[in-house]
Design a protein around this ligand. Structure first.
Ligand SMILES: [Zn+2]
Length: 250
């Protein structure tokens, strides 16, 4: 709505092409810069628990959100179709994930099945062009304010990384909708996804931090170590990377 605000935020790109709002995230990179006048230790001292925000779009733990944008039309080079059930047929773009995430997804689906939970894929990779038309259709249907709470701007969607998959039960009931909450599948994912390297990316009650309302179906692959930490500390990916941006009132 207020475009001036956005302009003032001054979007910058770092050397690897991930853009961010310059005012919003501290750049502690300077701490590593050469400074000959300093004494023996010129090692950066990151804040406790602060992990460096990965700035390579192809990093498995890349942070993509309303502040961090992927390089324009970024497309992963190792997209594959995981060998799991989907609620739709055909070899569509949205079945795809990056190789490592796809393998982890297969393991997670078999793990769930051993517990009697039959999962199905709903939506994985999405190109920037697809995201653009999706976002626009939500804005037309729901209005901009509502759409912002559940749909990402083009270049800002985790689905474009090939590391996210929306998941439902095999009936497809409540696929990617609020009524998925509390289902056996949602409960299983909340309890076990981290064991396979996935996190519930938009947890309940964390909209102020993630920018999105609760999505018990949206699983993001980050690797087992990070997923375990995020799960055990009950934090978001933004908190993990110390990249929480105060919500702008508008
Ligand atoms: Zn999603």
């Amino acid at each position: 709505m207020n475009k001036g605000n956005q302009e003032r935020a001054n979007i910058v790109s770092n050397e690897n092409g991930i853009s961010k709002l310059s005012q919003s995230v501290k750049n502690d990179k300077d701490a590593t810069e050469e400074n000959p006048s300093h004494d023996e230790k010129k090692v950066e001292k990151p804040k406790e628990n602060a992990n460096r925000v990965p700035n390579q779009p192809e990093a498995l733990d890349v942070l993509v959100n309303k502040q961090y944008k992927l390089p324009d039309h970024y497309e992963p080079t190792d997209l594959v179709i995981p060998n799991v059930r989907f609620i739709f047929s055909g070899n569509l773009e949205k079945k795809k994930m990056r190789q490592e995430a796809a393998r982890a997804l297969e393991n997670m689906f078999s793990g769930a099945e051993k517990d009697g939970i039959l999962l199905a894929g709903v939506s994985g990779y999405r190109s920037q062009a697809t995201q653009k038309s999706l976002y626009n259709s939500y804005v037309n249907r729901n209005g901009k304010e509502a759409a912002e709470r559940f749909s990402a701007h083009p270049g800002h969607s985790e689905h474009q990384t090939g590391l996210a998959m929306d998941i439902s039960g095999i009936t497809g009931k409540c696929a990617a909708t609020d009524c998925f909450e509390g289902s056996p599948e949602a409960k299983w994912l909340a309890e076990h996804a981290h064991e396979y390297g996935f996190i519930v990316r938009y947890p309940k009650g964390k909209e102020d931090i993630t920018g999105y309302k609760y999505e018990p179906w949206h699983m993001r692959f980050v690797g087992i170590d990070i997923a375990n930490t995020i799960f055990e500390k009950d934090i978001t990916m933004e908190e993990y990377f110390d990249a929480v941006v105060p919500v702008r009132g508008n």
